[in-house]
Design a protein around this ligand. Structure first.
Ligand code: COA
Ligand code: AMP
Length: 635
């Protein structure tokens, strides 16, 4: 007999319109769609064409109209400022409507872009929802990125308005945001008309007359704005993510498909109902924050938690358990790295015993593969199911998961379980031919992708096709490699490009190489992700100096590290580099990054037959040993 998962999965693949149509009926539409799936312009697919709706209405007003306006919508819990604040759906809608009025008064209209560069405070979610209310397109930029990265996004998105706060708080450090914003506008070719600044008590940002405005002053004078109907296919947001070059990819999300898919996932994947408390401990700057701090829980009428803190150090490794207890959290979603940090500080989970975790039912992990140590530690101590699930910025929601609202499959360590309904996941060889089960290959998804996934890249259909659709015709390339076992369990092993995953944050080593190669003394460089016990991976740089350079090597390394911090941001966690005489290459000049990584990670490797000069590998081993990597490490 088939279970709910199998029924849903089979229908979603065999007849996607019959699967998603009734699910969409559960959302609010001003005008019903003409067609569930429009495939008349392949390889571009559009969901719910002709439908008119509003994302903010579905997140807030709908629940008020349905009589649950006094339910808790958002809880702000900030151990770094010692603050807790609760917003009901009524209160959150009123704030959002007022801020939509603020934006409208600054001439923001349907389709205009707004960049949001803010820490984890409710005003960030309010700004996002206010954009959605107006049909404007938000682009949230993570606070840990440097001004240069922000400038790249300003040039691409061309925002009419930017919204920021005077500072963010990183454990005990206060980080002023406004100087970064000012610098980014100076660097960018495109200039926004206005900047709205939320002043926090720790730092007063300087406001430039005629361009910068105080959030509170504008809010006090604003009139609430109603929801503006948009087409289901109109863009809701752009979220930039690392590509293979310094130019990030502007992932576009539409309004209708996003609403339908995300609302459905809350029950199907996370087993969350209206009124439940759900916590995604991520940051609004990442896709997890967009989908599961802001939109999906609110679509469902659940309570979401906005946590301004870290798993450790704010104040200790018990902070997650305190939040679960204080707010009655049913499910927590975070990255394995957060659990590795907790386990490092409190290996026996002693702090857990101080809290009542009776409300807590399921832990969800994503952002990187869940290692079996972390899985076991969490299962043993929390005594709830621990569910790894796999997704990407591009997909907006999970490609593979144990769908806890449909059917709980046994967990296999190292696997995010099975393809979620909507996803026809396959593993293929370089000729786009399916491989046998258990065999490693490129993980691809047969088109069309389900609703809520990227319809294209911001104003760049060409790059969208080149990056995702060209290599495996008829399929979406995930750029992850792995295999599927005989029971349909998916194993995601590694990226096939130069993306690395640092503490659940996606970064491009190519972008770091672009920065390093601008150092005046550097002739050539390579950056690769090496294993790290806490962050999963960290970047490691190899620099080859120009002939005749006599400057102290330590100084060059310090400068190189600072350049990456200044131009990409502290989030890159680029802290280690070494100077080598030469880089190992193939005879055709390709740098042997994989071999160097294997040496650093102490993995067995074969000397590639195509290597130009095998003796270089010994030099690399010695250089790595001197900085604590590889077999010759003197840690
Ligand atoms: N604004 C400004 N700076 C920021 C920032 C922000 N929003 N977020 C991070 N940074 C800075 C940090 O201060 C740090 O700077 P430093 O080099 O001066 O110390 C640097 O960027 C790296 O930050 P982070 O990756 O957070 O590392 P960490 O060592 O401070 O903390 C963890 C390690 C594991 C505790 C932390 O990464 C974590 O909580 N991860 C959870 C994973 C997560 O949320 N993933 C998102 C996808 S689910
Ligand atoms: P991001 O776009 O930042 O969400 O990063 C997406 C990438 O992170 C994926 O392509 C994978 O390489 C990796 N990733 C995310 N979740 C998982 C997971 N559960 N298991 C393995 N890799 C993952």
């Amino acid at each position: 007999m088939s279970n709910l998962y199998e029924e849903a999965y089979n229908q979603s693949i065999n007849d996607p319109e019959a699967f998603w149509g009734p699910i969409a009926e559960e959302c609010h539409w001003y005008k019903k769609w003409d067609k569930v799936l429009d495939d008349s312009n392949k390889p571009f697919y559009r969901w719910f064409v002709g439908g008119e709706m509003n994302t903010c209405y579905n997140a807030l007003d709908l629940h008020i109209d349905n009589g649950i306006g006094e339910n808790k919508a958002l809880i702000y819990d900030s151990p770094v400022t010692n603050t807790k604040r609760v917003y009901t759906f009524n209160e959150l809608r009123d704030e959002v409507a007022r801020f939509a009025g603020v934006l409208a008064a600054k001439n923001v209209q349907k389709g205009d872009r707004v960049i949001i560069y803010m820490p984890m405070i409710p005003e960030a979610a309010i700004a996002m929802l206010a954009c959605a209310r107006l049909g404007a397109v938000h682009s949230v930029v993570f606070g840990g990125f440097a001004a240069n990265e922000l400038a790249t996004r300003i040039n691409d998105a061309k925002p009419k308005v930017m919204v920021t706060a005077s500072c963010g708080i990183e454990v005990k450090k206060v980080i002023p945001y406004k100087p970064l914003l000012d610098e980014s506008i100076n660097l960018a070719g495109f200039k926004p008309d206005s900047c709205i600044v939320f002043q926090r008590p720790m730092v007063q940002a300087e406001l430039k007359a005629g361009r910068d405005y105080d959030w509170d002053e504008l809010m006090n004078a604003a009139k609430p704005h109603d929801c503006v109907p948009v087409l289901a296919t109109d863009p809701l947001y752009i979220l930039y993510t690392s590509g293979t070059t310094g130019q990030p990819k502007g992932v576009v999300r539409d309004n209708g498909g996003h609403l339908v898919a995300l609302k459905w996932t809350m029950k199907a994947i996370y087993d969350i109902d209206e009124g439940d408390v759900y916590w995604a401990a991520s940051d609004i700057g990442w896709v997890v924050g967009h989908s599961y701090i802001v939109y999906a829980p609110l679509f469902k009428g659940a309570t979401t938690i906005m946590f301004e803190g870290k798993p450790v150090g704010t104040p200790d490794a018990g902070t997650f358990w305190r939040v679960i207890q204080d707010h009655g959290v049913k499910s927590l979603f975070t990255a394995p790295t957060a659990f590795r940090a907790i386990k490092r500080d409190d290996p026996e989970a002693k702090l857990m015993k101080d809290y009542d975790l009776s409300s807590f039912k399921i832990l969800f992990l994503a952002g990187e593969r869940t290692d079996s140590d972390t899985l076991k530690w969490a299962e043993t101590n929390l005594k709830v199911p621990v569910i790894d699930h796999w997704w990407q910025t591009e997909t907006g929601w999970a490609i593979a998961a144990n769908c806890m609202g449909l059917h709980h499959f046994p967990v296999k360590p190292g696997s995010p379980t099975k393809a979620v309904p909507g996803w026809d996941v396959q593993v293929v060889d370089p000729n786009n031919k399916p491989v046998a089960s258990g065999e490693i290959g490129a993980i691809v998804v047969k088109l069309p992708l389900p609703p809520g996934t990227l319809p294209t890249l911001w104003q760049n259909d060409k790059r969208y096709i080149e990056a995702y659709l060209e290599e495996f015709p008829g399929y979406y390339k995930t750029a992850d490699a792995g295999y599927i076992d005989e029971e349909g369990y998916i194993y995601v092993m590694t990226r096939t490009d130069d993306i690395i995953n640092v503490a659940g944050h996606r970064l491009s080593t190519g972008a770091m190489e672009e920065v390093l190669s601008c150092h005046p003394m550097v002739a050539e460089c390579a950056v690769m992700g090496v294993e790290d016990r806490l962050k999963g991976q960290v970047p490691l740089g190899f620099l080859v100096l120009k002939a005749g350079v006599t400057v102290d090597h330590d100084q060059i390394i310090r400068e190189a590290i600072q350049m990456v911090r200044d131009q990409i941001g502290p989030v890159a966690a680029f802290k280690t580099a070494t100077i080598v005489k030469r880089l190992p290459k193939t005879r055709s000049g390709k740098i042997l990054r994989g071999t160097m990584r294997s040496i650093a990670d102490q993995k067995e490797y074969k000397v590639p037959a195509t290597i130009d000069d095998p003796a270089i590998l010994d030099e690399i081993e010695v250089s790595l040993g001197a900085i604590g990597y590889g077999k010759k490490a003197s840690k």
